[in-house]
Design a protein around this ligand. Structure first.
Ligand code: GTP
Length: 362
């Protein structure tokens, strides 16, 4: 699994938390990806990381991966090698077909069906595809009648896109297919190997096998995925014991009798929702957070230990660990990074990106 990127588009959330550990429904993104693989019969995963302090946090978080019933290996690039370089350096000596996954995608891709199609077609490389409404931000593929990929078009204008099928970031390789990749040179398989094979008539095939597919590239996508998942877009991703009424409060959560929690809402351990507060789902409130008296939280994701002062309004926001929102503040459409403080009565406008430990509106 490719998890060695810098996560720049997800800043400021990724200054202190690596992309793979950002919480999705209260658990690290990577845990969801590994559970999906495990549910489809994968038992051995190599994480392709770049050697950085944040990567060490990923390693530590999964050191006890026994609970996932998976064998995890860690392979480090000293500097990022891109997908092609990473695959070549890790899989160079392998003699069996293998799966490569981008580490920032939540999907219900049927991996067994994907592998079966790969074998049946005699493919050297298979690429999972997903149909999107607007392909302009993606690598678009063109298929022939037998699902062989004939062409890739990178980020076309929407009206000029030759199809709406995009490279969904999960690939199957025969070992022989990576001979052209150089393990010492940074390169992207999707820029070089894939288009070259497609243009030369080689056995590279596409497979559309997902109903849900989201790339957690930037904060807007991150918020959207969390809200869709808490609303039940992928039932397998919901926490165990998800109740029919769509409000799950973990151990120790305290909801004042006159507070109002409208589903779907996930409340973490030891969350406090004070008198008269309203939480309007979809919303997620992380462990140890406090939603103060008379506040409104709507369509937002709060990480751990977030404090929202009395009478504040938080709408369409992501608030990272330890954020403090002052009394009466109005925060709309903002991403607030770890430990930042919004002053009492401050107004934070849509699109704001507040850096870690910043003091805003004082
Ligand atoms: P941005 O910096 O915002 O573009 O994010 P990113 O670094 O995650 O890049 P991108 O979204 O293109 O990466 C898709 C997946 O590939 C992510 O899971 C990355 O961690 C991973 N990835 C990207 N570049 C490399 C690399 O050079 N080496 C490895 N091992 N993984 C990579």
């Amino acid at each position: 699994m490719l998890v060695g990127g810098e996560g720049t588009r997800l800043q400021p959330l990724t200054w202190r938390t690596p992309k793979q550990l950002v919480p999705v429904l209260g658990r690290p993104l990577l845990e969801h990806l590994l559970l999906h693989l495990r549910a489809h019969g994968v038992t051995h995963v190599t994480l392709a990381l770049t050697r950085t302090p944040l990567a060490a946090a990923v390693h530590e978080a999964f050191a006890e991966s026994g609970a996932l019933d998976l064998t995890l290996d860690y392979a480090y690039e000293e500097t990022p090698l891109g997908s092609g370089g990473a695959i070549a350096s890790i899989a160079g000596g392998w003699d069996e077909p293998f799966l490569v996954c981008n580490g920032d995608i939540i999907t219900d891709l049927d991996i067994a069906a994907f592998a079966a199609a790969h074998r049946a077609r005699g493919a050297a490389i298979s690429i999972a595809l997903h149909e999107v409404d607007d392909p302009s931000g993606f690598g678009v593929v063109v298929l022939d009648a037998a699902s062989r990929i004939t062409r890739f078009v990178e980020k076309p204008q929407r009206e000029e896109a030759p199809s709406r099928l995009v490279n969904a970031g999960t690939w199957l390789f025969e070992p022989s297919a990576i001979a052209a990749l150089d393990p010492t040179r940074p390169q992207h398989a999707e820029d070089e190997l894939f288009p070259t094979m497609a243009a030369s008539g080689g056995p590279i095939y596409g497979f559309a096998g997902s109903r849900y597919w989201r790339d957690i590239g930037n904060p807007d996508a991150y918020l959207r995925v969390n809200l869709e998942l808490v609303a039940g877009a992928l039932p397998a991703r919901l926490p165990a014991g998800w109740p029919p009424d769509g409000v799950l409060a973990a151990d120790g959560a305290r909801i004042a009798p006159d507070a109002h929690v409208r589903a779907p809402v996930l409340l973490g351990a030891s969350v406090a929702v004070d008198a008269g507060a309203r939480i309007e789902g979809p919303a997620i409130v992380g462990d140890g957070s406090r939603v103060g008296a008379g506040t409104l939280v709507r369509r937002s994701v709060l990480w751990e230990r977030v404090q929202i002062g009395p009478g504040a309004r938080v709408i369409d926001c992501v608030l990272a660990d330890g954020v403090h929102i002052g009394a009466g503040a109005e925060v709309d459409g903002a991403v607030v990074a770890h430990g930042a403080r919004i002053a009492d009565g401050a107004r934070v406008t849509p699109g704001s990106r507040i850096q870690p430990d910043a003091l805003e509106g004082a």
